[in-house]
Design a protein around this ligand. Structure first.
Ligand SMILES: Nc1ncnc2c1ncn2[C@@H]1O[C@H](COP(=O)(O)OS(=O)(=O)O)[C@@H](OP(=O)(O)O)[C@H]1O
Ligand SMILES: Nc1ncnc2c1ncn2[C@@H]1O[C@H](COP(=O)(O)OP(=O)(O)O)[C@@H](O)[C@H]1O
Length: 198
């Protein structure tokens, strides 16, 4: 049996939602190694945006993997599917007019470039470029230690690839600054983009 899918044009459009909120939607995409600081900095940045009256949503690796993507592991194919689904959800959030922060390792350049192609200038790629040695020293979940003992395989940066962005919109190495200062640096670059009226 063939399923036919019809799209429906609803009376409230994305443009109307944007006008009501008073700022454009953006997709702030954090990419970087485990322990680089994606979740911490994205959370603090969201708080600053929220305090300024910006309408936000935050999608975060471990949270999404506990629910929507709990059927996915960390093989290359599952990581691709993970990012594809998150891109779909982020698209819905953008249509709702939200500044959407996504914090995922997203190790593949091809997947991130596909997001840029889909979302155009709404997509802001933020490389959390904290060096691997710093991430390994932090090791907040003990994953690097497990990998080094041979108890975990496919650890990004060790025996699974991470392809850093070649031309990120923003890059931040969190090693030299405390989390709050990292979030402030990003806020100062991003907030002016949101003051523009749609
Ligand atoms: N092998 C291996 N490699 C990397 N990460 C691992 C691994 N096993 C489990 N974890 C945990 O899974 C989180 C990564 O989820 P993501 O959805 O961000 O990964 S991906 O974008 O699909 O590559 C990641 O979250 P973060 O530490 O926040 O990056 C880890 O908590
Ligand atoms: N400047 C910093 N920015 C972000 N995290 C930092 C910083 N300095 C230390 N940390 C610590 O490093 C860890 C980063 O973990 P997390 O934010 O979960 O990273 P990721 O989401 O990239 O895996 C946290 O334990 C955090 O407290």
């Amino acid at each position: 049996m063939t399923t036919r899918v019809f799209t429906h044009n609803h009376p409230v459009t994305p443009e109307m939602r944007t006008a009501q909120k008073g700022h454009p939607p953006l997709l702030l995409w954090f990419t970087g190694l485990s322990g680089s600081g994606k979740s911490t900095v994205a959370g603090l940045l969201e708080q600053k945006l929220h305090d300024e009256g910006i309408h936000t949503a935050l999608l975060d690796g471990d949270n999404v993997r506990a629910g929507l993507n709990r059927d996915l592991g960390l093989s290359p194919a599952h990581r691709r599917e993970n990012i594809r689904r998150i891109g779909e959800v982020a698209g819905l959030f953008l249509e709702a007019g939200l500044v959407t922060l996504c914090a995922f390792i997203s190790p593949s350049r091809q997947e991130r470039d596909a997001l840029r192609k889909t979302f155009g200038d709404r997509f802001v790629e933020i490389h959390v470029s904290t060096p691997l040695e710093v991430c390994m020293a932090r090791d907040p979940k003990g994953l690097y230690a497990k990998a080094e003992k041979g108890l975990l395989s496919g650890m990004t940066g060790l025996d699974a690839p991470y392809e850093p962005p070649e031309n990120p919109d923003l890059a931040i190495d969190t090693a030299p600054h405390p989390p709050e200062a990292c979030a402030r640096l990003l806020f100062d670059r991003l907030f002016p983009l949101l003051k523009r009226q749609p």
